[in-house]
Design a protein around this ligand. Structure first.
Ligand SMILES: [Zn+2]
Length: 319
Protein backbone atom coordinates (compact mmCIF):
# COMPACT_ATOMS: atom_id res chain seq x y z
CA UNK A 1 0.00 0.00 0.00
CA UNK A 2 2.83 2.29 1.00
CA UNK A 3 4.54 1.60 -2.33
CA UNK A 4 1.38 2.31 -4.35
CA UNK A 5 1.01 5.66 -2.56
CA UNK A 6 4.60 6.54 -3.34
CA UNK A 7 4.15 5.60 -7.04
CA UNK A 8 1.06 7.81 -7.22
CA UNK A 9 2.97 10.69 -5.64
CA UNK A 10 5.86 10.17 -8.07
CA UNK A 11 3.59 10.22 -11.13
CA UNK A 12 2.01 13.42 -9.75
CA UNK A 13 5.45 15.01 -9.62
CA UNK A 14 6.12 13.91 -13.21
CA UNK A 15 2.83 15.41 -14.32
CA UNK A 16 3.68 18.74 -12.68
CA UNK A 17 7.12 18.75 -14.33
CA UNK A 18 5.60 17.99 -17.73
CA UNK A 19 2.96 20.73 -17.46
CA UNK A 20 5.29 23.28 -15.87
CA UNK A 21 6.31 25.07 -19.10
CA UNK A 22 2.62 25.67 -19.94
CA UNK A 23 1.67 26.71 -16.40
CA UNK A 24 4.34 29.39 -16.09
CA UNK A 25 3.50 31.14 -19.38
CA UNK A 26 2.32 34.56 -18.27
CA UNK A 27 0.45 35.27 -21.49
CA UNK A 28 -1.13 32.06 -22.77
CA UNK A 29 -2.83 33.65 -25.80
CA UNK A 30 -6.56 33.62 -26.46
CA UNK A 31 -8.70 32.06 -23.79
CA UNK A 32 -11.65 29.80 -24.50
CA UNK A 33 -13.80 32.78 -23.73
CA UNK A 34 -12.23 35.03 -26.33
CA UNK A 35 -12.44 32.29 -28.94
CA UNK A 36 -16.09 31.84 -28.14
CA UNK A 37 -16.74 35.55 -28.52
CA UNK A 38 -14.93 35.69 -31.84
CA UNK A 39 -17.31 33.07 -33.22
CA UNK A 40 -20.42 34.23 -31.41
CA UNK A 41 -21.24 37.30 -33.44
CA UNK A 42 -24.56 35.83 -34.51
CA UNK A 43 -27.62 35.61 -32.26
CA UNK A 44 -28.39 34.44 -29.70
CA UNK A 45 -25.90 36.86 -28.22
CA UNK A 46 -24.82 36.38 -24.64
CA UNK A 47 -25.46 39.79 -23.01
CA UNK A 48 -22.43 39.35 -20.79
CA UNK A 49 -20.31 40.00 -23.88
CA UNK A 50 -22.08 43.18 -24.91
CA UNK A 51 -20.56 45.78 -22.61
CA UNK A 52 -17.51 44.23 -20.97
CA UNK A 53 -16.09 47.53 -19.71
CA UNK A 54 -19.24 48.10 -17.71
CA UNK A 55 -18.82 48.40 -13.94
CA UNK A 56 -20.93 45.30 -13.39
CA UNK A 57 -21.75 41.99 -14.98
CA UNK A 58 -24.10 42.95 -17.74
CA UNK A 59 -27.64 41.71 -17.44
CA UNK A 60 -30.33 41.54 -20.10
CA UNK A 61 -32.62 43.23 -17.54
CA UNK A 62 -30.66 46.39 -18.17
CA UNK A 63 -32.04 46.43 -21.68
CA UNK A 64 -35.65 45.95 -20.66
CA UNK A 65 -36.77 49.51 -21.00
CA UNK A 66 -40.17 49.22 -22.65
CA UNK A 67 -40.89 52.93 -22.28
CA UNK A 68 -37.64 53.82 -24.00
CA UNK A 69 -37.27 51.42 -26.95
CA UNK A 70 -33.85 52.72 -27.91
CA UNK A 71 -31.36 51.11 -30.31
CA UNK A 72 -27.89 52.03 -31.59
CA UNK A 73 -26.56 51.77 -35.16
CA UNK A 74 -22.86 50.94 -35.45
CA UNK A 75 -20.69 50.62 -38.56
CA UNK A 76 -17.27 48.90 -38.40
CA UNK A 77 -14.19 48.68 -40.60
CA UNK A 78 -14.07 52.25 -41.95
CA UNK A 79 -13.12 54.89 -42.65
CA UNK A 80 -14.66 54.22 -46.03
CA UNK A 81 -16.06 56.43 -48.79
CA UNK A 82 -19.44 54.81 -48.10
CA UNK A 83 -19.53 56.40 -44.61
CA UNK A 84 -20.52 59.72 -46.12
CA UNK A 85 -23.43 58.14 -48.02
CA UNK A 86 -24.58 56.40 -44.83
CA UNK A 87 -24.34 59.66 -42.90
CA UNK A 88 -26.28 61.55 -45.54
CA UNK A 89 -29.09 58.96 -45.31
CA UNK A 90 -29.11 59.06 -41.49
CA UNK A 91 -28.92 62.85 -41.28
CA UNK A 92 -32.09 63.22 -43.33
CA UNK A 93 -33.87 61.52 -40.42
CA UNK A 94 -31.66 63.01 -37.69
CA UNK A 95 -30.46 59.56 -36.64
CA UNK A 96 -27.07 59.30 -34.91
CA UNK A 97 -24.68 56.36 -35.37
CA UNK A 98 -21.25 55.18 -34.25
CA UNK A 99 -18.46 54.36 -36.71
CA UNK A 100 -15.59 52.14 -35.54
CA UNK A 101 -12.41 52.94 -37.43
CA UNK A 102 -9.28 50.94 -38.20
CA UNK A 103 -6.08 52.88 -37.42
CA UNK A 104 -4.11 52.26 -40.60
CA UNK A 105 -7.14 53.11 -42.74
CA UNK A 106 -7.46 56.46 -40.96
CA UNK A 107 -3.93 57.19 -42.11
CA UNK A 108 -4.95 56.57 -45.73
CA UNK A 109 -8.30 58.34 -45.55
CA UNK A 110 -7.94 61.33 -43.23
CA UNK A 111 -10.39 63.36 -45.34
CA UNK A 112 -13.25 60.98 -44.43
CA UNK A 113 -12.41 61.23 -40.72
CA UNK A 114 -12.20 65.02 -40.88
CA UNK A 115 -15.54 65.15 -42.66
CA UNK A 116 -17.07 62.79 -40.07
CA UNK A 117 -15.76 64.93 -37.21
CA UNK A 118 -17.98 67.78 -38.42
CA UNK A 119 -21.10 65.61 -37.97
CA UNK A 120 -22.86 64.52 -34.77
CA UNK A 121 -21.87 60.88 -35.29
CA UNK A 122 -19.46 59.10 -32.96
CA UNK A 123 -16.13 57.60 -34.02
CA UNK A 124 -14.70 54.65 -32.08
CA UNK A 125 -11.49 52.65 -32.36
CA UNK A 126 -11.37 49.23 -34.07
CA UNK A 127 -7.65 48.38 -33.64
CA UNK A 128 -4.78 49.49 -35.83
CA UNK A 129 -4.55 46.49 -38.19
CA UNK A 130 -7.82 44.65 -37.60
CA UNK A 131 -6.32 41.67 -35.87
CA UNK A 132 -7.41 39.45 -33.00
CA UNK A 133 -6.12 41.50 -30.10
CA UNK A 134 -6.31 38.74 -27.49
CA UNK A 135 -3.39 37.06 -29.31
CA UNK A 136 -1.07 40.05 -28.87
CA UNK A 137 1.57 40.32 -26.16
CA UNK A 138 0.97 43.01 -23.54
CA UNK A 139 3.61 45.19 -25.21
CA UNK A 140 2.11 44.89 -28.69
CA UNK A 141 -1.40 45.42 -27.37
CA UNK A 142 -0.40 48.72 -25.76
CA UNK A 143 1.47 49.70 -28.94
CA UNK A 144 -1.67 49.06 -31.03
CA UNK A 145 -3.73 51.47 -28.94
CA UNK A 146 -0.95 54.07 -28.97
CA UNK A 147 -0.73 53.91 -32.77
CA UNK A 148 -4.48 54.38 -33.07
CA UNK A 149 -4.53 57.29 -30.68
CA UNK A 150 -1.57 58.92 -32.43
CA UNK A 151 -3.13 58.81 -35.87
CA UNK A 152 -6.36 60.29 -34.47
CA UNK A 153 -4.63 62.98 -32.42
CA UNK A 154 -2.80 64.17 -35.55
CA UNK A 155 -6.28 65.08 -36.80
CA UNK A 156 -7.07 66.79 -33.49
CA UNK A 157 -9.47 64.00 -32.44
CA UNK A 158 -9.75 61.30 -29.79
CA UNK A 159 -11.68 58.05 -29.38
CA UNK A 160 -13.97 57.34 -26.45
CA UNK A 161 -15.36 53.94 -27.57
CA UNK A 162 -13.63 50.76 -28.66
CA UNK A 163 -14.82 47.64 -30.47
CA UNK A 164 -12.44 44.66 -30.80
CA UNK A 165 -12.19 43.16 -34.31
CA UNK A 166 -14.14 39.88 -34.67
CA UNK A 167 -15.60 40.59 -31.23
CA UNK A 168 -12.44 38.95 -29.92
CA UNK A 169 -11.46 40.20 -26.49
CA UNK A 170 -10.37 39.10 -23.05
CA UNK A 171 -9.97 40.93 -19.75
CA UNK A 172 -6.55 42.23 -20.79
CA UNK A 173 -7.88 43.85 -23.98
CA UNK A 174 -10.78 45.52 -22.18
CA UNK A 175 -8.45 46.80 -19.43
CA UNK A 176 -5.98 48.17 -21.99
CA UNK A 177 -8.82 50.03 -23.76
CA UNK A 178 -9.91 51.42 -20.40
CA UNK A 179 -6.36 52.51 -19.58
CA UNK A 180 -6.34 54.33 -22.93
CA UNK A 181 -9.61 56.10 -22.11
CA UNK A 182 -11.99 53.92 -24.16
CA UNK A 183 -15.04 51.88 -23.24
CA UNK A 184 -15.49 48.52 -24.95
CA UNK A 185 -18.81 47.81 -26.62
CA UNK A 186 -19.86 44.85 -28.77
CA UNK A 187 -23.31 44.25 -30.31
CA UNK A 188 -26.55 42.33 -29.90
CA UNK A 189 -27.73 42.12 -33.51
CA UNK A 190 -25.31 41.10 -36.26
CA UNK A 191 -26.56 42.14 -39.72
CA UNK A 192 -24.19 39.58 -41.26
CA UNK A 193 -23.46 42.06 -44.05
CA UNK A 194 -19.87 40.75 -43.90
CA UNK A 195 -21.19 37.36 -45.12
CA UNK A 196 -22.48 38.89 -48.38
CA UNK A 197 -26.14 38.64 -47.38
CA UNK A 198 -28.54 40.21 -49.92
CA UNK A 199 -30.08 43.52 -48.81
CA UNK A 200 -33.73 42.32 -48.38
CA UNK A 201 -32.58 39.25 -46.42
CA UNK A 202 -30.31 41.39 -44.26
CA UNK A 203 -33.14 43.84 -43.53
CA UNK A 204 -35.56 41.03 -42.65
CA UNK A 205 -33.06 39.31 -40.33
CA UNK A 206 -32.20 42.53 -38.52
CA UNK A 207 -35.81 43.70 -38.17
CA UNK A 208 -37.05 40.47 -36.63
CA UNK A 209 -34.32 40.74 -33.98
CA UNK A 210 -35.16 44.30 -32.87
CA UNK A 211 -35.28 44.61 -29.08
CA UNK A 212 -35.00 47.47 -26.57
CA UNK A 213 -31.40 48.47 -25.99
CA UNK A 214 -30.18 46.66 -29.13
CA UNK A 215 -26.76 47.50 -30.58
CA UNK A 216 -26.81 46.75 -34.32
CA UNK A 217 -23.61 45.71 -36.11
CA UNK A 218 -23.01 46.74 -39.73
CA UNK A 219 -19.90 47.39 -41.82
CA UNK A 220 -19.27 50.46 -43.98
CA UNK A 221 -17.37 48.30 -46.45
CA UNK A 222 -20.38 46.49 -47.96
CA UNK A 223 -22.68 48.01 -50.59
CA UNK A 224 -25.67 45.91 -49.47
CA UNK A 225 -25.56 47.54 -46.04
CA UNK A 226 -26.51 50.91 -47.48
CA UNK A 227 -29.23 49.24 -49.60
CA UNK A 228 -30.75 47.50 -46.56
CA UNK A 229 -30.72 50.55 -44.28
CA UNK A 230 -33.84 52.41 -45.51
CA UNK A 231 -36.07 49.39 -44.82
CA UNK A 232 -34.47 48.87 -41.39
CA UNK A 233 -34.96 52.53 -40.43
CA UNK A 234 -38.58 52.46 -41.62
CA UNK A 235 -39.35 49.33 -39.61
CA UNK A 236 -37.78 50.87 -36.50
CA UNK A 237 -40.02 53.94 -36.79
CA UNK A 238 -43.06 51.71 -37.39
CA UNK A 239 -42.25 49.72 -34.24
CA UNK A 240 -41.70 52.94 -32.21
CA UNK A 241 -37.96 52.46 -31.77
CA UNK A 242 -35.64 55.45 -31.51
CA UNK A 243 -31.99 55.32 -32.57
CA UNK A 244 -29.62 57.03 -30.14
CA UNK A 245 -25.88 57.65 -29.82
CA UNK A 246 -23.73 55.30 -27.73
CA UNK A 247 -23.43 58.11 -25.18
CA UNK A 248 -27.20 58.21 -24.70
CA UNK A 249 -27.40 54.40 -24.77
CA UNK A 250 -24.90 54.24 -21.90
CA UNK A 251 -26.83 56.76 -19.81
CA UNK A 252 -30.05 54.84 -20.41
CA UNK A 253 -28.40 51.52 -19.54
CA UNK A 254 -26.90 52.97 -16.35
CA UNK A 255 -30.31 54.22 -15.31
CA UNK A 256 -31.82 50.81 -16.03
CA UNK A 257 -29.09 49.10 -14.02
CA UNK A 258 -29.68 51.52 -11.16
CA UNK A 259 -33.39 50.77 -11.26
CA UNK A 260 -32.97 47.00 -11.47
CA UNK A 261 -30.08 46.50 -9.04
CA UNK A 262 -29.76 49.82 -7.18
CA UNK A 263 -26.12 49.90 -8.32
CA UNK A 264 -24.12 51.57 -11.09
CA UNK A 265 -26.33 54.66 -10.74
CA UNK A 266 -25.36 57.66 -12.84
CA UNK A 267 -24.55 60.83 -10.87
CA UNK A 268 -27.30 63.46 -10.62
CA UNK A 269 -27.69 65.62 -13.70
CA UNK A 270 -26.18 69.07 -13.85
CA UNK A 271 -27.11 71.25 -16.79
CA UNK A 272 -24.08 72.75 -18.46
CA UNK A 273 -24.54 76.11 -20.09
CA UNK A 274 -22.03 76.99 -22.75
CA UNK A 275 -21.38 80.72 -22.85
CA UNK A 276 -21.60 82.40 -26.23
CA UNK A 277 -18.48 81.76 -28.28
CA UNK A 278 -17.68 78.47 -26.57
CA UNK A 279 -18.83 74.92 -26.97
CA UNK A 280 -19.01 71.98 -24.62
CA UNK A 281 -18.28 68.68 -26.38
CA UNK A 282 -21.15 66.23 -26.27
CA UNK A 283 -20.44 63.11 -24.33
CA UNK A 284 -19.54 60.10 -26.45
CA UNK A 285 -18.35 62.21 -29.36
CA UNK A 286 -14.73 62.36 -30.33
CA UNK A 287 -13.48 65.55 -28.74
CA UNK A 288 -11.48 67.92 -30.85
CA UNK A 289 -8.20 68.49 -29.06
CA UNK A 290 -7.91 71.98 -30.44
CA UNK A 291 -11.54 73.03 -30.22
CA UNK A 292 -12.77 75.55 -32.74
CA UNK A 293 -15.26 77.97 -31.23
CA UNK A 294 -18.59 77.89 -33.06
CA UNK A 295 -20.44 81.07 -33.97
CA UNK A 296 -22.91 80.97 -31.12
CA UNK A 297 -23.24 79.31 -27.73
CA UNK A 298 -26.03 76.95 -26.78
CA UNK A 299 -27.34 74.99 -23.86
CA UNK A 300 -26.45 71.33 -24.03
CA UNK A 301 -28.33 68.54 -22.28
CA UNK A 302 -26.82 67.19 -19.08
CA UNK A 303 -24.34 64.37 -19.48
CA UNK A 304 -26.42 62.18 -17.18
CA UNK A 305 -30.09 61.82 -16.40
CA UNK A 306 -31.73 62.48 -13.05
CA UNK A 307 -32.79 59.46 -11.05
CA UNK A 308 -36.53 59.27 -11.22
CA UNK A 309 -39.06 56.50 -10.71
CA UNK A 310 -39.18 54.51 -13.95
CA UNK A 311 -42.58 55.88 -14.98
CA UNK A 312 -41.19 59.40 -14.95
CA UNK A 313 -37.97 58.70 -16.81
CA UNK A 314 -37.63 60.93 -19.83
CA UNK A 315 -34.41 61.52 -21.69
CA UNK A 316 -33.27 64.71 -23.27
CA UNK A 317 -32.19 64.54 -26.90
CA UNK A 318 -28.52 63.89 -27.34
CA UNK A 319 -27.47 67.04 -29.13
ZN1 LIG B 1 -14.08 44.70 -38.10
Amino acid sequence: MKNAGFTGWLSGVWMILLLWPFAVQADPGPSMESRFVAKAGAMPFNPRYLYPSSAETFSMDWLSLPEERIMVLTFDDGPDERDLAIVSLLDRQEIPAAFFYIGNKIKNMPHIVKEMSTTRHEMGYHSYRHQQLSWLSAKNLTADFHQGKDVMSKLGLAFTWFRPPYGDFNRRVVQEAKDQGMETILWTIDSRDWAGVAAPVMARNVIRRFHPGAVLLFHSTHANTLRALPEILQAATRERYRFVSLGEWRRTIQTASCRVSGRNCPPPAVDVVAPAGETVPEEGRPMPISAVAPKEGRVIPAATVPLLPSAQIRFMPDG
